[in-house]
Design a protein around this ligand. Structure first.
Ligand SMILES: [Cu+2]
Length: 199
């Protein structure tokens, strides 16, 4: 009898350990960003894949260093900057942004009351991106209970668009264009068009 109990206990333990490690694996696939384990060369390639090749090749490339802070991996000449990942999700979302866009993104990151770029910024996200949704609305920052939603390859215009004036939706829709962060100073135009297929 004791032997049977030992045997059963061993089975239960094995099942528990197996399901725990499967859960950990699933978690890794779901939320873990592969960025941390990538080589510098791969990070540069990933960053460059964010924009059309003819723009990315002359762009400044910034990649996260060992401390996670962005550092310059390559100096560019065309005013664009490419970064390998902005949302830390399982599928990285590289971006290639011009100077006005970098200003806009910097303002958003530092929670400035409004963006300070003085000309419209253009940014490419040729591998798509992510946004966070809660209660049917797009959030400016992820928060508990929000779900990550994949955006297809697109490009953006960082300029204070007003959806009422231009008659556009504030959520993704069949038109393939919408105003993200509608009703805030950070409203901007999202265009679902693959930058790699633009002429
Ligand atoms: Cu956007």
């Amino acid at each position: 009898m004791k032997q049977i109990l030992h045997f059963l206990f061993a089975i239960v333990l094995t099942i528990t350990i197996t399901s725990l490690s499967m859960a950990a694996e699933k978690q890794k696939m779901k939320g873990g960003s592969p960025i941390k384990s990538m080589s510098k060369d791969d990070l540069v390639k990933l960053a460059e894949s964010g924009g059309p090749a003819d723009i990315a090749k002359d762009a400044t490339i910034m990649v996260p260093g060992p401390d996670g802070k962005l550092m310059e991996a390559k100096k560019g000449t065309n005013g664009f900057t490419c970064i390998p990942d902005i949302d830390g999700q399982a599928k990285p979302d590289p971006i290639c942004a011009d100077a006005a866009s970098m200003q806009w993104v910097g303002d958003l990151m530092s929670s400035a009351p409004k963006p300070t770029n003085t000309v419209p910024g253009i940014s490419y996200m040729a591998q798509g991106g992510w946004h966070f949704e809660k209660d049917g609305k797009i959030l400016m920052k992820s928060e508990p209970g929000a779900k990550a939603v994949k955006e297809p390859p697109h490009w953006m215009v960082f300029w204070p668009f007003d959806s009422k004036t231009i008659g556009m939706a504030s959520m993704p829709n069949k038109m393939g264009t919408y105003i993200m962060f509608e009703g805030t100073p950070y409203a901007h135009l999202m265009i679902y068009q693959n930058p790699n297929k633009m002429k």
